[in-house]
Design a protein around this ligand. Structure first.
Ligand code: 0RA
Length: 680
């Protein structure tokens, strides 16, 4: 997002508190008259939509897969706003053949009357005027909007080949179609009677804009809708995919809202408090104009578990993940620190000569979801995902302070368990500090890179790549086949330690992990400094079998827990070695999956039964083959791993690496899917 779009947003928001004029919009005369009052509106509207088509990146950040999915979030947001206003219960999302999306809700229906300001029907206004969305409505309207998402339904229309809107309200059924990026085909028509209420929007994304892909990913939409259902308890959201032979459908409804979200994330951990602690509150604030009063709403759910991680806080503002945290998270930390230390002192669980628990201690094993609804959110930070409104700090701190202290008093025995957990965290942190210091000192003395590392000769991190390779034999091939200038090889022996199940002091003593930390050279955890990494790309290269999958996931877990910015900033990749080789007339041909194998057989005109090799491991390839198929930057295919949905990723890692065996087995069976989830 570029800043100047924000400027435009707030300008228009202030001006455009539309009012409706009761008039028959299906009466062309009335429409013409209303339009005269607002001459030039047509031209302005089209210019606005044209601007979106010219520079879509300004409005939806990217026209790659993420942007394509953003269109759905935008339309769903409008229905969720209607639900938050208290008028809508059920939202249905359908993916039709041809990747056409329909979003249907049972709300009041987009207004069909003429909007005085635009001279157009409410429907035409919402879907053609930038930022009109749910922002209008004067007294009857509502003001919470999707902040970062909230670019408005008109942007979706501008980026669609066509869009159709059907509204049922006031006994009638109304319809309007748009084509070629938002051009209305006539005006809103009353097409019949209806005793129903609600809005249905269907659109087909414009393939000339979304040049990379127009194919929707069911799993991405599914997890987004699940998240929306968690964050907005009580709404039922259904997703149906009609593209395949048989329909696929999922439905989400969580009456417990963010409490159920926390339980879901923690479903494979052992909780300290079985029921998440829930705190909620709202505050009226007067805006800078000294007049306007707005309501800020905050709710927080907390559960401590057996995990050792201190990064389990998931924060949201207006249903958008604030990955960089912000004032709401600061408010939480203030309250946790104050209340937990006070309680521990008061009940002599902390002795006089002992130091206070740190914020990190208080958060060890904590899973927390904070959701704030704010009428005028301000975002800061590198990726504009850090909440900046300072009044929120105090509100959240009060809400959590009150809720948590009351809970502690009402649940003394579980409270004791929570304090003991934090006490243990505090002691372990001290032990880890000693271990880390010792290693750091010896590392300073030795100053050499691990002996097993075959480093590259370039010292420019920008062009350097580190291949972490399963097994010594594949490591040998990789060393001989690589580009010595830019590619370094670190072979791993056997399985690495499962960091999910070990505290920091043990991790420091593990040789394989120590090698990776030294090779990457940027520290770990709070001391990890991504600007110091020695390689711009870290490539995991394991066999395409169950063991290889397991090692890969252990490595990802390690990066996720200890070098998170590596993932956040897209430095981690998975190499894709071929699965098949066909020798034909003196040349070798490779296929990376079953479908490719079939295509290849056809292309070469091979008869059924022609022999081919199925690679069981990287070790079966010689240096030359490994280079040609998997390591040569000109020919290789790699998957970049990013963490798009932090809570989903947390659950996936906990499920995979925790004590429970069943989810791990499930993962290994459905492995491909998981990688796809992470790769966006
Ligand atoms: C403005 C005012 C009213 C409803 C809506 C917007 C509305 C917009 C969308 C978008 C998708 N679904 C929607 N449902 C409702 C209320 C007008 C009234 O008073 O009836």
């Amino acid at each position: 997002m570029v800043d100047d779009t924000k400027e435009t947003v707030s300008e228009i928001r202030e001006e455009d508190r539309f009012t409706y004029v009761k008039e028959d919009v299906t009466n062309e005369k009335a429409l013409e008259k209303a339009k005269e009052d607002y001459s030039g509106s047509d031209i302005q509207v089209l210019e606005g939509l044209e601007a979106v088509r010219k520079r879509p990146g300004m409005y939806i950040a990217t026209t790659a897969a993420a942007g394509l999915h953003h269109l759905v979030w935008e339309i769903v947001d409008n229905s969720i706003d209607e639900a938050l206003a208290g008028y809508c219960k059920h939202i249905e999302v359908t993916i039709d053949k041809g990747d056409i999306i329909t979003v249907k809700d049972d709300g009041r229906g987009v207004p069909v009357d003429v909007v005085a300001k635009s001279g157009l029907s409410g429907v035409e206004t919402v879907y053609t005027i930038l930022h009109a969305g749910g922002k209008f409505g004067g007294d009857g309207g509502y003001k919470v909007s999707g902040g970062l998402h909230g670019v408005g339904a008109s942007v979706v229309n501008a980026l669609s080949e066509w869009m159709e809107v059907t509204v049922c309200r006031d006994g009638g059924k109304y319809f309007l179609r748009f084509e070629n990026g938002g051009h209305p085909v006539g005006h809103l028509q009353r097409i019949g009677d209806s005793s129903e209420r609600g809005t249905m929007v269907t659109f087909k994304p414009d393939a000339t804009i979304f040049t990379e892909t127009t194919v929707y990913n069911y799993d991405i939409i599914k997890s987004h809708l699940r998240q929306m259902a968690f964050l907005n308890g009580g709404i039922r959201i259904t997703l149906t995919d009609l593209r395949g032979e048989a329909p696929v459908t999922d439905s989400f409804e969580y009456d417990g809202g963010i409490r159920e979200y926390v339980s879901y994330i923690d479903s494979n951990k052992i909780p300290v408090n079985a029921e998440p602690i829930y705190c909620q509150g709202a505050e009226e604030v007067t805006l800078a104009d000294g007049e306007t009063k707005e309501r800020i709403y905050a709710e927080v759910a907390l559960q401590w578990t057996d995990s050792y991680d201190s990064n389990g806080v998931y924060s949201f503002c207006n249903n958008i993940s604030t990955r960089e945290g912000g004032t709401h998270v600061e408010g939480l930390n203030l309250a946790l620190n104050r209340i937990l230390n006070d309680y521990a002192r008061k009940f002599k669980l902390l002795k006089e000569d002992e130091k206070n628990f740190s914020s990190e201690d208080c958060r060890e094993g904590l899973t927390c979801v904070i959701s704030v609804k704010h009428p005028n959110p301000q975002y800061e930070g590198q990726t504009k995902t850090k909440l900046g409104n300072s009044e929120v700090r105090k509100i959240v701190s009060t809400v959590v302070g009150d809720g948590l202290s009351q809970w502690l008093l009402e649940n003394p025995s579980i409270a004791k368990g929570v304090i003991e957990k934090i006490q243990l965290a505090s002691k372990a942190r001290d032990a880890a500090r000693v271990a880390r210091e010792k290693i750091r000192k010896s590392a300073l003395e030795i100053t050499t890179l691990p002996g097993k590392l075959a480093d590259c000769s370039s010292k420019d991190p920008e062009v350097c790549e580190l291949y972490i390779v399963e097994g010594n034999s594949a490591g040998g091939s990789a060393k001989n086949g690589r580009d010595r200038e830019t590619q370094a090889i670190l072979p791993l022996r056997g399985k690495i330690l499962n960091v999910e199940k070990a505290r920091e002091d043990r991790i420091w003593a593990n040789a394989e992990i120590g090698n990776m930390i030294t090779a990457i050279g940027a520290g770990i955890r709070d001391n990890f400094d991504v600007s110091k990494i020695r390689y711009n790309k870290i490539v995991i290269m394991t066999d395409a079998d169950v063991d290889g999958d397991h090692i890969r996931i252990l490595l990802l877990t390690f990066f996720y827990r200890f070098m998170r910015p590596l993932l956040d900033e897209g430095h981690v990749f998975i190499a894709q070695p071929p699965l098949y080789k066909i020798d034909y007339k003196g040349s070798a041909y490779y296929a990376y999956n079953d479908a490719q194998l079939e295509v290849l057989k056809k292309q070469l005109g091979l008869k059924a039964g022609y022999p081919f090799q199925r690679y069981k491991g990287l070790g079966e390839m010689d240096a030359q083959q490994l280079w040609e198929t998997t390591m040569d930057p000109k020919a290789r295919k790699m998957i970049r791993i990013t963490v798009d949905d932090a809570a989903e990723a947390e659950k996936a890692f906990a499920d995979l690496m925790g004590d429970e065996v069943a989810p791990r087995r499930e993962y290994i069976v459905a492995n491909a899917k998981f990688v796809q989830n992470l790769d966006i």
